[in-house]
Design a binder for this molecule. Sequence first.
Ligand code: GEK
Length: 244
Amino acid sequence: MTDQPDTLYSTPWQQLGQFRFDEAVAQVFPDMIRRSVPGYGHVVGLSGLIAKRFAQPETYLYDIGCSLGATTLALATQVTEPRCRIGAIDPSQAMLAEARRIAADTPDAHIPIDWIEADARDYAYAPCSVVTLNFTLQFIPIEERLALLTRLAEAMVPGGCLILAEKTCVQEPESQQVLTDVHHDFKRANGYSELEIAQKRASIENFLIPETEEVHITRLKAAGFHTVTGFFHCLNFRGWMAQV
Ligand code: GEK
């Protein structure tokens, strides 16, 4: 596992470009996400347990926006159904290269993994029983989210489950402010400076677009998921199981 500390925004940037999932990010990603997303480890671990319950033999499990494969490996170690395969999808070549390296060092993965360099919006999905979209839908333009979820619901076998985790927001400005403030306190408590918090925020502002829980649940139902059940909530981060 790459264990480099995230210092990407620790010195002033002359020109802050939009955040990109490039090689520099891939090198520090585990540290970055653990210090930035409260409950990230719980979401990953629970994804494996939920997948174990819903996986069906001879189907695909997809981990979309797999990054370094933390959720992918949770699926591969928990699920024991016969003749399953995992499709781990990410458009970032740098992320996938690191993910492959980490997976090669994980001996207790039971399920073969196909590492797929692709955009989730274009990929032709095979029949699948589990899909994880952990902190990935938030990077897809809002107007394209329903089409992607609809394609996923159509690819799922009856009884299948989508696991969706996202950074969310709330309607009431005062509640939103307190959630943002405590999230920044969480980052400070994890060693990020004011400069790092401010620069990361500026670079990701128009790239990571959160929505409310109500919008997510309404859209999941419109996409064809009949039951949507929350499994995780910590500050402004939430996770749902959506069944077809
Ligand atoms: C984890 N799920 O560790 N199609 C597929 N992937 C995409 C797309 C797209 N259109 N756009 C961005 N990504 C992981 C963490 S990180 C979350 C997910 C974060 C990918 C992008 O390349 C990146 O690897 C991932 O989504 C988001 O459980 O960085 O906050």
